[in-house]
Design a protein around this ligand. Structure first.
Ligand code: COA
Length: 608
């Protein structure tokens, strides 16, 4: 079928559908929802049999839906309507939720249902994670089922009837007060529920150090953490008690929570001399940056105790302790597997995080494990250098975006180098979540790359203002995919599904768990990846495999040192950062501030 994907942004779900529909043999073009006239033009140019709208913030124009079958993917079960479906699902503590594919009509989410899928809402997920995991997983089969019902040549194919769940209907947007944080009154569970319902957008309104801000990336605390804080019981709700990585520990009415990221109030940002960031007449300023809480409140939090936890937490037992990094180990002596998770918010890697990751890799290297698994985070393996931190540097008196970009890419390269130089064991990148740009090539630095089905990769850089990229990609990509394929991947700049990545040589395997008892697809994949890593560590020829790897590295190094690849890549990056063409700085600024798109990128708009 000829399909037009119409979306506000080419987000995770739109990319996932783009990949899945093309794999299923459909011809897919994309138009970003910029203006009605542009949508009309796209439909006229592409002449699709079906328009699929995975993520819209506005109505599809009547001129389109009245003449063409338009299927909207709504992140709620049949009967649910409105623009804040997942926000309400989390606020109301729903245990079961769903995704519906329905036909666009005059009223929002009121058309006939074509297909739907239900799912269980896992504990502890924020809205964005629920979207990236459960909604994306369920939406793909629901869209496929809806398409299977389209009768070629028939103007109005029969829609399916779907059972409406109880207590659903039109739900308005969530008002800011409906999930504001009141430290005096709310307990930890309520605080977490409110923040998670608003994460990643728009964030829950609250205050830290007496200053209004938006709160994101909230985590539970353990009794152990609370016990570390002197006079914890006497501390007033709202008091910031300690720090860890990006996070601040904040007292609630009945305990405490970690707050990983915040967006500070705009007036305050301006008072701090952040330059002309532009006001928007009483509305929420679009220019406030979401940053790690310890960075946004660097001065206020400087004197707080650092409540670190051991990287290797197998032995401490009890409740799960939140941190960005975690190392686990399993297996019999002589065949052990080390498993390093780096759960960096949104997969972005800052200088601070790169330094921690390098420390963790050094720790892992001293462990007696034959295989080291690099497990990234559950939502994202990695998305490359931290563009928000770089943007923030543009407003600092003693820094610049160009300098911060250079430091970030050097730090990221150091991480890749540490992995490449681990020649005394096998390394495996296990991609539980998506990877983009430098984060993809970080994965490729390992000896093996195993993917979860449904993972989407963006193994290219140029979508970010024509960035050349580093992370030794000029060594890693041709080595895996061949020179020709490497060139076409970089040129085409398209998202790639897990099977296509294996087909192109970027990854070695898609691990597909059988129907088991695991509570979620992610846990089933993790269990299988552990099993496969343990088998690898116990392989009779593991020493031979490690020896062959070390020999290949030595041969490659003799042919062309890694330092030469790095120097050449960084010379190009210097041009991107400091040169006369500001494309990267403009693209980054637009990306971190989520500026609306002015046009659809050519590589996905096949009709243009
Ligand atoms: N630095 C900082 N934040 C990043 C990031 C990065 N490198 N990559 C993604 N994010 C953030 C986004 O700002 C967004 O934040 P928010 O939702 O909290 O506001 C969140 O991660 C999700 O990103 P989004 O773009 O909505 O996800 P997606 O699944 O639609 O797209 C990518 C995934 C990888 C295609 C896209 O995020 C991207 O292009 N990232 C930049 C990659 C890059 O150029 N890195 C630098 C060169 S190494």
């Amino acid at each position: 079928m000829k399909i037009l994907l119409l979306a506000h942004a080419f987000n995770s779900l739109a990319q996932r559908l783009f990949v899945a529909l093309r794999e299923a043999g459909h011809e897919v073009s994309v138009e970003l929802d910029i203006a009605d006239a542009v949508t009309e033009e796209a439909v006229a140019l592409w002449n699709p049999e079906v328009v699929i709208a995975p993520f819209l913030k506005r109505r599809i124009p009547e001129s389109v839906w009245s003449r063409r079958l338009c299927l909207v993917v709504h992140p709620g079960p049949p009967g649910d309507r409105g623009p804040a479906a997942l926000d309400w699902a989390l606020l109301q503590g729903r245990r079961e939720w769903g995704v519906t594919v329905l036909q666009a009509v005059q009223d929002f989410d009121a058309g006939p249902v074509w297909a739907w899928r239900g799912f269980a809402v896992p504990d502890g997920l924020d809205k964005a994670s629920l979207y990236r995991r459960a909604v994306c997983e369920a939406a793909v089969p629901a869209v496929m089922e809806a398409l299977a019902r389209v009768v070629p040549g028939s103007a109005v194919p029969a829609p399916v009837a779907a059972p409406a769940l109880a207590g659903l209907g039109w739900q308005p947007p969530v008002g800011p007060g409906q999930r504001a944080i009141d430290w005096q009154r709310q307990g930890s569970a309520e605080v977490l529920r409110r923040i998670r319902s608003a994460d990643s957008h728009p964030g829950a309104q609250g205050a830290l150090f007496g200053e209004p801000c938006r709160l994101f990336d909230a985590h539970e605390t353990t009794a152990r953490t609370r016990a570390w804080v002197p006079a914890f019981d006497e501390a007033a709700p709202g008091t910031v008690l300690g720090r860890r990585g990006p996070g601040l520990l904040v007292r609630t009415r009945d305990g405490a929570v970690w707050i990983g990221h915040v967006r500070r109030d705009m007036a305050r940002t301006r008072a701090l001399g952040a330059g002309d960031l532009g006001d928007v007449g009483g509305r929420e300023p679009a220019t406030a940056l979401k940053l790690p809480a310890t960075r946004a409140f660097a001065v206020e939090s400087a004197g707080l105790p650092e409540l670190g936890v051991p990287l290797h937490r197998d032995d401490i037992g009890g409740e799960e302790e939140w941190d960005e990094l975690r190392y686990l180990e399993r297996g019999p002596p002589g065949a052990r597997v080390g498993w390093l998770e780096f759960h960096f918010h949104n997969g972005a890697l800052s200088e601070r995080q790169a330094a921690r990751l390098i420390e963790a890799l050094a720790f892992a290297r001293h462990r007696d494990a034959r295989v080291l698994v690099l497990a990234g985070g559950p939502d994202f393996f990695c998305n490359g250098i931290h563009l928000h931190e770089i943007e923030a540097a543009a407003h600092a008196a003693d820094d610049s975006a160009a300098d911060a970009s250079m430091r970030h890419i050097e730090a990221m390269d150091d991480v890749c180098l540490a992995i490449l130089q681990m020649t005394d064991r096998l390394t495996v990148s296990v991609l539980r979540g998506n990877a983009g740009a430098g984060g993809c090539f970080l994965a490729l630095a390992a000896d093996r790359v195993w993917l979860r089905e449904g993972v989407v990769l963006n193994p290219h850089y140029r979508n970010m203002g024509n960035l050349h990229g580093s992370e030794y990609w000029t060594y890693l990509l041709p080595r895996r995919a061949g020179a020709e394929k490497a060139r076409s991947l970089m040129r085409e700049r398209l998202p790639m599904g897990a099977r296509a990545a294996v087909g192109a040589g970027l990854a070695d395997e898609v691990l597909v768990p059988g129907d088991g008892a695991a509570p979620s697809a992610l846990q089933a994949f993790e269990a299988l990846a552990w099993q496969r890593a343990l088998q690898l560590a116990a392989a009779p020829d593991i020493a031979v495999q490690v020896g062959a790897k070390a020999a290949r590295r030595a041969t490659d190094e003799a042919a062309r040192p890694l330092a030469a690849y790095r120097a050449e890549e960084l010379a190009q990056m210097r041009r991107n950062f400091y040169g006369f063409d500001p494309s990267y700085h403009v693209a980054r600024h637009h990306f971190v501030h989520r500026k609306p798109h002015a046009r659809t990128p050519r590589q996905i708009a096949l009709h243009r």
